[in-house]
Ligand binder design. Structure first.
Ligand SMILES: C[S@@+](CC[C@H](N)C(=O)[O-])C[C@H]1O[C@@H](n2cnc3c(N)ncnc32)[C@H](O)[C@@H]1O
Length: 287
C-alpha cells in the first residue's frame, strides 16, 4: 500500500504515477538485501533520507536511483542505502535485566559446564553487533567471570552487515553518552580516557574479532560452535521468513546447552527444541 507520496514528489514530481513502483522496488530491495520487512519501518523518514541520496548521486528520481541499485548490486552506493535502511542504535549493557541474568546465571552455568568438560575454549557471537558496544559488554563480563583470564581461551565474534559500523567497533572509542550504563568501577578498569571519549583497553579488544557477515547470505564463514549467541534487536525488523530461517541457522552454531539471546521485544515463533529460560534467553538441548 502506498503511504508516502509526499517525499517521492520532492525529488521528481513528474513521476508521481510511479510512486507505487518505487515503493514496491524499495520493499523488494530491502528484503532481498537484508531480509528486512519494509512495512515495519517508518516510511516518511526513510524516503526523506533516500531523497538526499538521489540528489547526491544525480539521479532523476527515487525510482531511477533504486533501479540503479538493483542492477548494480556491488556498487559502493549500497553502503549508503544499507546505512539508511538499518538501525544502528545500541549501547553498553543494553537491556540491563537480561544482561544481569546473563552475568549471574548463564555465565556461571557455561563456566561450570566447561570446567566439567575440561574445555577452556569459550566462544561467543554478537551477530548484528552494530558499533561494538554489545560485544565489548560481553568481553567485560567474561573477563570478570572467567578467572584467571590466563586459564581461559575466550573469543568473541562481532559481526554485522554494515562495514562502517564494524570500523567504529574496531576503533573502540566511545562517547560518555554510550557508556551511561557502565559502572564507575568498570569505566576505570576497562576504558582509557582520550580527550572527551573513552577507549576500550587492549586486552578486551584482543578478545574480539570483527567480521562483516550478512545473516541472510547462503552460508556463514564460521566453523566454530558458540556457548552463547546474542542476536538482539535486528530480527524485529525482518520478515517472518527470515526470522525463522536465521534462528534455525543460528541453532546449528550453538554447542549443546548453548544459549541464544534475543532482544526483549523479539520472540521465537517456532521454539522447536529450545528451552526458554528467562529474559528471552533460549537454551539448546544439552545433548
Ligand atoms: C539495532 S542494531 C542492534 C545492535 C545490538 N545487537 C543491540 O541490541 O544493541 C541492529 C543491527 O543489525 C544489523 N543488521 C541488520 N540487518 C542485518 C543482516 N541482514 N545481517 C547482519 N546484520 C544486520 C544492522 O546493521 C544493525 O547494526
Amino acid at each position: 500500500m502506498l503511504t508516502t507520496p509526499l517525499y517521492l514528489d520532492l525529488v521528481a514530481p513528474q513521476i508521481a504515477s510511479s510512486h507505487q513502483e518505487a515503493f514496491d522496488l524499495l520493499a523488494r530491495l530491502a528484503e532481498n538485501r537484508l531480509g528486512m520487512d519494509f512495512h515495519k519501518r517508518r516510511h516518511d523518514r526513510l524516503f526523506l533520507m533516500i531523497g538526499k541520496r538521489v540528489k547526491a548521486t544525480f539521479k532523476k528520481s527515487i525510482l531511477d536511483y533504486l533501479s540503479f541499485l538493483e542492477t548494480n548490486p556491488n556498487h559502493p552506493e549500497w553502503v549508503e542505502i544499507e546505512q539508511i535502511l538499518t538501525i544502528q542504535k545500541t549501547e553498553f549493557f543494553r537491556e540491563s535485566s537480561q544482561m544481569k541474568f546473563f552475568e549471574e546465571t548463564i555465565l556461571p552455568e557455561i563456566k561450570h559446564r566447561k570446567f566439567k568438560e575440561r574445555d577452556s575454549k569459550v566462544r561467543a557471537w554478537s551477530c548484528g553487533c552494530s558499533t561494538g558496544e554489545e560485544a565489548y559488554t560481553l568481553s567485560i563480563l567474561f573477563h570478570q567471570r572467567f578467572l584467571p583470564p590466563t586459564d581461559w581461551n575466550v573469543r568473541i565474534l562481532a559481526s554485522d552487515v554494515h562495514q562502517n559500523a564494524l570500523e567504529i567497533g574496531q576503533i573502540a572509542e566511545y562517547t560518555e553518552e554510550s557508556l551511561q550504563n557502565v559502572s564507575k568501577e568498570n569505566k576505570l578498569s576497562y576504558f582509557e580516557k582520550i580527550g572527551q571519549n573513552y577507549c576500550v583497553i587492549e586486552p578486551l579488544k584482543e578478545m574480539i574479532q570483527f567480521r562483516k557477515i550478512n545473516l541472510i547470505s547462503d552460508s556463514y564463514p564460521i566453523k566454530t560452535k558458540f556457548s552463547v549467541i546474542f542476536c538482539r534487536n535486528l530480527l524485529i525488523y525482518m520478515t517472518p521468513f527470515w526470522q525463522n530461517t536465521i534462528v534455525n541457522r543460528l541453532r546449528n552454531y550453538l554447542e549443546p546447552g548453548g544459549y541464544l539471546l534475543l532482544g526483549h521485544s523479539e520472540y521465537l515463533a517456532d521454539k522447536k527444541d529450545f528451552q526458554l529460560t528467562k529474559f528471552n534467553a533460549f537454551q539448546s538441548p544439552i545433548s
